[in-house]
Design a protein around this ligand. Structure first.
Ligand code: M6R
Length: 369
């Protein structure tokens, strides 16, 4: 069933173009109008919500953080992301104007289920973004937007993550359409960019040897730091989580702007730092700020590994290794920048001789609180 791949994880990483394509399929028409048939919440209700709370755990929560950036930018609805297990124990402010978006690959994560139940009791409307048909969280929600990644067997989430981000973009565009925040033409352009993602992910997969080779050469590494900004920040945290889970290496993801507020003290000779560089075409001066961060850590001895957009030559002189990803709309970049980090963690763990499908101490779905 592994289709010739040595592990389910490798198979699932390589299925990501299809996972994204299948999640987009049939959800918009040629004019760029979103058709989310499953959205059983009344349009009038969705027009009046004044706050979104995204609830999830682990990798799904990182997808939620990407969702926050997109939804706030496109829909102008205040959106917070909260770990499900923190949410209901802190007396959160939830009412019938709150939209809860839960993200769960399995649909069975107990922490998220309990948080959704709690929010519903407070009168909130709930939408589940889920990869498992008929699972508990969608059954207990007002509406569901299924991701069509196909079954994910490996404990570490990969294709479900990209599919969750894709579904969250669709939800954001749907709300923007409904509430009139974006012109139809703008939505159509973003959908066209999303439609190009499967081919771009495939390009990264076709050129994966360089990053795998680097990963294999780092099998003795004790710690790796990941930096990112804007949507690259949750990607950095996801890259770190994959490395912890699979290779049992201490890894930490930071918002690059936080560096000088503490983490830069960790940098010593030879410390590997993986930096997700924002597009030079992105917001404000984020690109140059992150390039300065690369210089800062390098000046203190860091070994810098950079993920940057094709054509971005400015990073070369500060990086030991550069991996290029195809160009895209800056908000959509996580669908691409995540992939080299998955490949890196998987190859490094394999080089250490670990079972990437069944990492120690972990279960595929966490069905206890
Ligand atoms: O099934 P869920 O999406 O609710 O699972 C949430 C987390 O348990 C899950 O993403 C976990 O962090 C994975 N092991 C990450 O690779």
């Amino acid at each position: 069933e592994k289709d010739g791949y040595p592990s389910f994880m490798e198979k699932e990483i390589n299925e990501q173009p299809e996972a994204v394509a299948a999640t987009l399929l049939g959800r918009s028409d040629i004019d760029g109008k979103l058709i989310l048939d499953e959205m059983r919440i009344d349009a009038d209700v969705l027009k009046t919500i004044n706050k979104i709370i995204v609830l999830a755990c682990g990798t799904s929560a990182y997808a939620g953080q990407v969702a926050k950036y997109a939804i706030e930018h496109w829909c102008r609805i205040p959106t917070e992301v909260e770990l499900s297990h923190e949410f209901r124990y802190r007396d959160p402010i939830v009412d019938d104007k709150t939209l809860i978006v839960s993200l769960s690959q399995s649909g069975e994560t107990m922490d998220t289920l309990m948080a959704v139940r709690y929010a519903r009791e407070q009168g909130a409307k709930t939408i589940a973004i889920c990869n498992t048909n008929g699972s508990t969280i969608p059954r207990e929600s007002d509406a569901v937007l299924y991701t069509h990644a196909g079954p994910e067997i490996a404990v570490a989430s990969t294709k479900a993550f990209l599919a969750q981000i894709t579904a969250a973009y669709l939800l954001g565009l749907y709300l923007a359409q409904l509430r009139g925040n974006l012109f139809q033409g703008q939505i159509k352009d973003i959908l066209a960019d999303l439609g190009k993602m499967p081919a771009k992910i495939a390009t990264i997969l076709d050129n994966s040897e360089q990053i795998k080779e680097l990963a294999r050469s780092m099998a003795d590494t004790r710690s790796v730091l990941f930096l990112g900004r804007h949507v690259g920040y949750p990607v950095a945290m996801e890259g770190a989580l994959k490395l912890k889970e699979l290779a049992y290496i201490h890894a930490e993801g930071f918002a690059a702007g936080e560096l000088k507020h503490g983490p830069i003290a960790l940098i010593e000779e030879g410390q590997p730092v993986i930096v997700v560089v924002p597009s030079p075409r992105g917001r404000d001066s984020l690109h140059s700020k992150v390039v300065s961060n690369i210089q800062e850590v390098r000046a203190r001895g860091a070994m810098t590994i950079v993920i940057a957009e094709e054509g971005d030559e400015s990073v070369r002189e500060y990086a030991e290794h550069v991996f290029y990803i195809p160009e895209t709309t800056p908000l959509l970049a996580p669908l691409l920048t995540t992939v080299p980090l998955q490949l890196f963690a998987c190859a490094l763990a394999t080089a250490k001789g670990f079972d990437v499908d069944q990492p120690r101490n972990l279960a595929k779905s966490v069905t206890v609180e």
